[in-house]
Design a protein around this ligand. Sequence first.
Ligand SMILES: Nc1nc2c(c(=O)[nH]1)N[C@H]1C(S)=C(S)[C@@H](COP(=O)(O)O)O[C@H]1N2
Ligand SMILES: [Mo]
Length: 236
Amino acid sequence: MKNAKIRPLYERRQAFAERQAAREKGTFQGLAPQGSGPSNTHGMPKLPVDQREVKNWPVLDLGDVPRVDTRSWTLTVDGLVQAPRTFSFEEFCALPQTEDVSDFHCVTGWSRMDNRWKGVRFVDLANLMNVAPDARHVWIEAYDVAPGTRIAYTTNVSLEEAVQPDVMLVHTWEGAPLAREHGGPVRMITPQLYAWKGAKWIKRITFAERDRPGFWEVRGYSNTALPWYNDRYGQP
Ligand SMILES: Nc1nc2c(c(=O)[nH]1)N[C@H]1C(S)=C(S)[C@@H](COP(=O)(O)O)O[C@H]1N2
Ligand SMILES: [Mo]
């Protein structure tokens, strides 16, 4: 990850072992969330543990910034839905639009607060697509690839997290079209999870019964990515 400060392996092992132990005891959900500041809309402290607030908006990518404009961009939604569909940008903008303000937490340690977004709530899209009751997970694919490879950026979230009301597919940030380097024309945001779960240049959303780890998840990042539990690295 460009700009990423990789935590020493022993720390990752330690964090993983602690989370694993908590899960096995069934106490993970019961662990106190850590952070500081007033409660956010998820009932969590505004600044998660080991994060620092930034006023700028850093850019993080794999080194590939794909050129997808509003004419070439399409979003395919498939898997456990009533009928798969591919949306053009125009069709996407004809879906019910929502404005929201939410925070953005990068696993490398920075948080950007109070971003004003406009786009389509993930839950609204899921409802429109009539997601089957046995769907439990969401697989997401983006237009960018790891340089020198054909490996696309992908990520995965549980359906439970994806349908949180502030998880959105956004095309507008602070009243202006989302910049290309930030994932324009359309990206996903996951305010309650580390931001790598929100794919820039989103291309495809697949609803599935089974989970499947994405690009960073197979490279040692946490499957669950919960900022208030310092849940950054998922494998020892
Ligand atoms: N397609 C794609 N989505 C991505 C990334 C990426 O490299 N490719 N980086 C992730 C990471 S690690 C973060 S922190 C945010 C960064 O978004 P930003 O560059 O707009 O700050 O996007 C996430 N989504
Ligand atoms: Mo990140």
